[in-house]
Design a protein around this ligand. Structure first.
Ligand code: HAM
Length: 427
């Protein structure tokens, strides 16, 4: 009996594999344009790498088990803890700032839904060792450049940016206690997907002071307007410092030529626990799909995982949502499985000669197929045309004995006779 893949896991038939390879080649090209170098880590990690740092949401979705040596292990649900561990272990030897990228397959036991599977591939790009907001701008520009490279525009995709410092200072300013901040963060994180009174209900539960609740509501009225926030809270030095930082970030994004993709949106908080500064997410402009990409600054993670104090920032961009969007916009390239040449012979006893010629073509880096058993010429030509080969290298017994072959173009049936060595020399 045939059995399908596990729920949330994909089979990559050649067509899907071609799409995956296409995306990965774009990811790699764009990352390299920004000077990022590729790395990878193990797909299986110690469980506590995640339970300590990733935050409840991801920990609840772990694929974890005991291995045969009684170790608690987990399939990686995200790349950032691995990166932090790897960089921390060699921090002194690495030239900083580090610009690294990776394209891991990740595993999360999620409720299956549109855009969410139990495995996905994710471009991760991270910069370690640079506190300047220029690095934040550089990183987001990379993510946006991937959108451009796959044919999407600023009217298809929006980058929503915020800063946890700004939000924290606003909440402190209106009187939210430090112990209440996390719950308010969680409520604000859902502003985009929940009705306002649900959010306010959560805030009421999280925040004890009545004045503070009103203050949070004042903040919530201005989540997409930085100038309005600045005007409302101009008396607070901490808020104004964070506002200036955000303005710098936006100016640098302009300088990098991606400003028209970017919207300020204080409701972007991000689900992961370790972010400390700027945070961002990329969404399709119509809001039909889940987030394409998310990331931000996590300046404390390296010291808590590896004991080295290095600022860091990065993002993860998944293949699932991006593929869905590209498919919906007809932007996925048609896969080409083209083989360069088919080698055929007009005499069934010449299979070894066909194989020799195939070998010589392959030595010239051409892709070559031929019939894997003796067949009539008409049969061979028929197969050649169904696999999409453009040219057939045809061995005719008498010509071949004199070192000659026939090049047959399938589209128009035209033929050209040429010495085999001369032909190979043209390649
Ligand atoms: P994340 O927001 O959990 O961040 O994931 C980033 C992206 O990966 C999402 O926007 C989404 O496109 C994709 N993704 C996540 N989960 C799934 C899933 N179950 N199925 C399909 N796609 C998914 C992180 O993972 C951070 N570690 C990113 C990061 C890197 N931050 C700093 N450096």
């Amino acid at each position: 009996m045939s059995q399908g893949a596990l729920p949330g896991f994909r089979d990559f038939y050649p067509e899907q594999m071609a799409t995956r390879n296409y995306l990965m080649s774009v990811w790699r090209d764009v990352a390299r344009k920004y000077g990022f170098v590729e790395y990878d880590g193990p797909p299986l990690e110690p469980l506590d790498l995640y339970t300590r740092k990733s935050g409840e949401e991801i920990v609840g979705q772990l694929y974890n088990f005991k291995d045969k040596g009684d170790r608690d292990v987990a399939l990686r649900p995200e790349m950032t803890p691995t990166l932090a561990r790897m960089v921390a272990a060699k921090a002194n030897a690495l030239r900083k700032p580090i610009r690294w990228f990776s394209m891991p397959q990740l595993f999360r036991y999620e409720r299956q839904q549109k855009g969410r599977l139990r495995e996905h591939f994710q471009l991760n790009a991270d910069i370690v060792g640079e506190a300047s907001v220029v690095a934040d701008a550089e990183l987001l520009a990379l993510a946006i450049d991937v959108m451009r490279a796959v044919g999407l525009t600023a009217s298809d995709v929006r980058a929503r940016v915020s800063d946890r410092h700004l939000l924290t200072s606003l909440l402190a300013e209106v009187g939210v206690k430090p112990t209440e901040t996390a719950a308010v963060f969680a409520a604000i994180d859902k502003v985009g997907s929940e009705p306002r009174d649900v959010t306010l209900g959560k805030v009421e539960k999280a925040v004890s002071g009545v004045e503070a609740r009103r203050g949070v509501a004042r903040v919530l009225e201005r989540t997409s307007d930085l100038n309005a926030l600045a005007a409302e809270f101009r008396g607070s030095t901490d808020v104004m410092e964070a506002v200036t930082h955000m303005r710098e970030y936006l100016n640098f994004l302009d300088a990098l030529g991606v400003g028209d993709w970017v919207d300020f949106d204080l409701s972007i908080v991000r689900g992961l626990a370790y972010y400390t500064g700027t945070v961002f997410e990329l969404f399709d402009a119509k809001g039909e799909f889940r987030a394409i990409c998310g990331g931000g600054r996590y300046d404390d993670l390296l010291s808590s995982i590896g004991g080295v104090d290095l600022p860091a920032l990065g993002f993860g961009m998944g293949d699932v949502v991006l593929t869905e969007i590209l498919r919906s916009r007809n932007l996925l390239p048609t896969p080409e499985f083209g083989t360069d040449y088919w080698v055929a012979a007009d005499d069934e006893s010449m299979l070894p000669d066909v194989m020799t010629v195939a070998g010589r073509l392959r030595a010239k880096s051409r892709s070559v197929e031929y019939a894997l058993k003796s067949q009539s010429l008409s049969r061979q030509l028929k197969t050649a045309s169904t696999v999409g080969v453009k040219q057939v290298v045809l061995l005719r017994r008498d010509d071949y004995a004199k070192g000659k072959i026939t090049l047959k173009t399938l589209a128009d049936g035209s033929e050209r006779s040429i010495a085999l060595d001369a032909f190979l020399n043209t390649l």
